[in-house]
Design a protein around this ligand. Structure first.
Ligand code: AHG
Ligand code: MN
Ligand code: MN
Ligand code: MN
Length: 321
């Protein structure tokens, strides 16, 4: 049974030991993510001092202005994960095409990354994060990324908040670890996280409400009539983290201007949905469960509604009319 305070490496190894056929490869893969995110965390803590705030003056494949920390986090993760030899391929929100590391020719996994989530919050000292999603390699080439979300073997995120926390799942529950900077390790703080079946908070960018469809407008009006509170940080990692712990709903819908919304299926929607479902919640694009969607391109976007099971069930009643 999981003990509060045990360190992440030990937890990962004990979890893998339950599968006699396991080779240790997934454990090593997870540990390489752990190390890279510790470096990012330490750099973010010094962001204002070391000239890594601000933009680099380039636009990425998503059409967004790249921030210095977007690029640095991307580079650190790609270097670390490529060097681990565990990954046959990497895909990143910040890189146009998939990367096939020289050392990963025999790698058993592929990984999709949002190196730095919540870029617009970097310069104002508000929480940002890193998201990862791991699939088993089953063929040659980029097609390895085009699998349904339920086929992920592991997913997680790190939130660089008032403390740094890493949440992850290998489909044996969602577990949370808090980085103890004096020890230098992530220590288990939230084993087998179970989110409330209903919450009292909704989280959506209400500035776009004039572009929403009628069913969504009615649903949000109904939440207001029930005295739900509004909370929107604008970093998906932080907004989903709160939703996991407190319940309620996080949404980034499609609207009249952007029918597919903004969030990316591979780097954001699928991994967060796995964590939410493993904690007893539900995630949908408004029609289908997010985890049932098979990607057809690396950077594809999807509407996202995720949170407490009863909240999402109710939303679906509105969506179905
Ligand atoms: P990223 O910084 O990785 O590009 O992601 C930004 C995303 C996500 O973190 C957040 O939920 C959303 O953008 C906020 O977008 P709006 O400002 O349109 O609400
Ligand atoms: Mn971005
Ligand atoms: Mn993001
Ligand atoms: Mn990002």
């Amino acid at each position: 049974m999981a003990r509060i305070g045990i360190d992440l490496n030990r937890f990962i190894l004990e979890e893998e030991r339950q599968f006699p056929q396991a080779t240790g490869s997934l454990s090593l893969a997870l540990m390489s993510i752990e190390n890279a995110t510790k470096i990012i965390s330490s750099r973010i803590r010094k962001a204002g001092l070391s000239d890594i705030l601000g933009k680099i003056g380039k636009v990425n494949v998503q059409g967004e202005e790249v921030q210095k920390l977007d690029q640095l986090s991307n580079n650190w993760l790609i270097e670390h994960l490529s060097d681990s030899g565990e990954f046959y391929a990497l895909a990143s929100e910040e890189v146009d095409d998939a990367i096939f590391p020289e050392k990963g020719k025999n790698g058993k996994y592929v990984i999709a990354l949002d190196p730095l989530d919540g870029s617009s919050n970097i310069d104002v000292n508000v929480n940002v994060g890193t998201i990862f999603s791991i699939y088993r390699k089953y063929c040659d080439g980029v097609e390895n990324f085009f699998q349904e979300g339920y086929k992920q073997v592991a997913a997680g995120y790190v939130v660089y908040g008032s403390s740094t926390m890493l949440m992850y799942t290998t489909k044996n529950g969602t577990h949370g670890f808090t980085l103890d900077p004096s020890v230098g390790s992530y220590l288990l703080s939230h084993p087998y996280l179970k989110m409330p079946s209903r919450g009292k908070i909704y989280s959506i960018n209400e500035g776009y409400s004039q572009r929403w469809d009628e069913p969504l407008k009615k649903y949000i009006d109904n939440l207001k009539s029930k005295n739900y509170s509004a909370r929107y940080i604008g970093s998906m990692v932080a907004d989903v983290h709160r939703t996991l712990l407190k319940g309620g709903i996080f949404a980034y819908p499609g609207d009249k201007k952007n029918p597919q919304g903004k969030l990316r299926l591979l780097y954001e929607a699928a991994p967060m949905s796995l964590l939410i479902e493993q904690a007893g919640g539900r995630a949908t694009d408004g029609v289908n469960e997010i985890l049932s969607i098979k990607a057809t391109s690396l950077h594809q976007r999807t509407p996202v509604f995720m949170g407490s099971k009863e909240d999402i069930d109710e939303l679906m009643d509105y969506m179905r009319g």
